[in-house]
Write a protein that binds this ligand. Structure first.
Ligand code: HEC
Ligand code: HEC
Length: 198
């Protein structure tokens, strides 16, 4: 587990090594204009199947873009979109979206499910996707993430459809399902949605 964590950290650190995202404002806006149609002006998506990317960690953003660009990570639209950008442009966009403050839109969630989800999150997920406590550099903050996107992503992980998923996440998910059930992942999705706008 610790070894895996260091190995993953090394990959992430490697992606950040050449991070010299120098670009002028008009250049940046030319690049991100395409993205905001789906991901929202500030990276806070309004379409429910599109993830929020505001404030996303740069290394994870770059990894996601490159994995979708290569086709290793399955995607509906992003594979084609990502192919249109160079490594440097991806770095510039990673930096831009990282600087945007996440605006968490309100979603319809079930209060009771969200309460159960909070407990499960603190037991099984908060160690990496920190919501309460200091942030972990290796994983994204899931607070306010779009419910259909979360459902879709977890299903991909369960079905082994994404070979780029971190082994840390794979093991955590297996541990969760072994001790609970696949259905109770729904509580977690309601919990993350409950952290969005009121
Ligand atoms: C047509 C809508 C659309 C556009 C335009 C779009 N995206 Fe996406 N984006 C998506 C969807 C949907 C996903 C989920 C993966 C998939 O199904 O393609 C996604 C996923 C992502 C992810 C992965 C997030 C994560 O949490 O792993 C990143 C990063 C991303 N997009 C960045 C961008 C950037 C940068 C641009 C502009 C160059 C862009 N997107 C343009 C719809 C869009
Ligand atoms: C040991 C660390 C660890 C634990 C525990 C963990 N994860 Fe993850 N998770 C990761 C890493 C690393 C990634 C890949 C980077 C990222 O997307 O955040 C990830 C990715 C994800 C993603 C995809 C995010 C995206 O933007 O596409 C979801 C959803 C997720 N985890 C949910 C959970 C849930 C729910 C739990 C608890 C049952 C959990 N994780 C527990 C490390 C962990």
């Amino acid at each position: 587990m610790l070894y895996q964590k260091y190995k993953y950290l090394a990959i992430i650190a490697g992606l950040l090594l050449n991070l010299s995202a120098n670009a002028s404002d008009p250049q940046i806006h030319m690049l991100v204009d395409t993205c905001i149609a789906c991901h929202g002006t500030d990276g806070s998506s309004v379409g429910s199947a599109t993830p929020n990317i505001a404030n996303m960690r740069e290394a994870l953003f770059i990894k996601a873009m490159q994995d979708m660009k290569s086709g290793e990570r399955p995607s509906t639209v992003m594979g084609v979109i990502a192919k249109g950008y160079t490594d440097n442009e991806i770095r510039i966009m990673a930096n831009f979206f990282n600087q945007q403050q996440a605006i968490l839109h309100r979603q319809n969630f079930d209060v009771q499910k969200a309460q159960k989800g909070r407990q499960l999150h603190n037991l099984y997920c908060n160690g990496c996707h920190t919501i309460e406590g200091p942030t972990d550099l290796l994983s994204n903050n899931l607070a306010g993430q779009q419910m259909p996107y979360l459902r879709h992503r977890l299903t991909e992980f369960i079905n082994d459809a994404d070979p780029t998923v971190s082994p840390l996440m794979k093991n955590a998910l297996k541990h969760f399902i072994d001790n609970n059930s696949q259905e109770s992942l729904d509580y977690l999705i309601h919990y993350y949605a409950s952290l969005g706008g009121k």
